[in-house]
Design a protein around this ligand. Structure first.
Ligand code: RB5
Length: 146
């Protein structure tokens, strides 16, 4: 199960991603936005990230205008490792090396075709573990120091 969320700027891209997930038979929970009326990205990030942290969803896909604001907010949620990606390599390696559990996309930065490639590789790439596990554990340690 995937948690989807966006603000108003990310809404059109989120809808494109929903259509893609539907075509692949991937289930999701849509935390909104449900239209282009203005809505603030921080709480939109939190809604989807809470579903990941609680275990109801495996990963989150978050869209705002740049992908940056929603990623900053998502990374404040304990247990979330959110990556704002615009290229295939980053979306792949943030899974392999960082065990990222939230992909953040900028609807005003990339088109739906590129975004769907990033979604696809993000959802279908496994964490490598090994030496990367130690580094992810260090991220968790820092989080627990706050
Ligand atoms: C909304 O206008 C815009 O600021 C937001 O979607 C996002 O790009 C923030 O990082």
């Amino acid at each position: 199960m995937i948690a989807l969320s966006s603000d108003h700027a990310g809404y059109p891209l989120k809808e494109e991603i929903k259509a893609y997930l539907d075509s692949q038979g991937v289930e999701y929970i849509d935390c909104g936005a449900y239209n282009t009326d203005s809505v603030d990205y921080p709480y939109q990030a939190k809604k989807a990230c809470d579903l990941v942290v609680s275990g109801q969803c495996e990963k989150a896909i978050l869209c705002c205008g740049t992908g940056i604001g929603i990623s900053i907010a998502a990374n404040k949620v304990k247990g979330i490792r959110a990556a704002c990606c615009t290229d295939y390599f980053s979306a792949k390696y943030t899974r392999m090396h960082n065990d990222a559990n939230a992909l953040c996309l900028g609807a005003r930065v990339i088109g739906p075709g590129a975004a769907i490639e990033l979604v696809n590789v993000f959802l279908n790439t496994a964490f490598e573990g090994g030496r990367h596990q130690r580094r992810v554990d260090q991220i968790t340690e820092i989080e627990n120091m706050q």
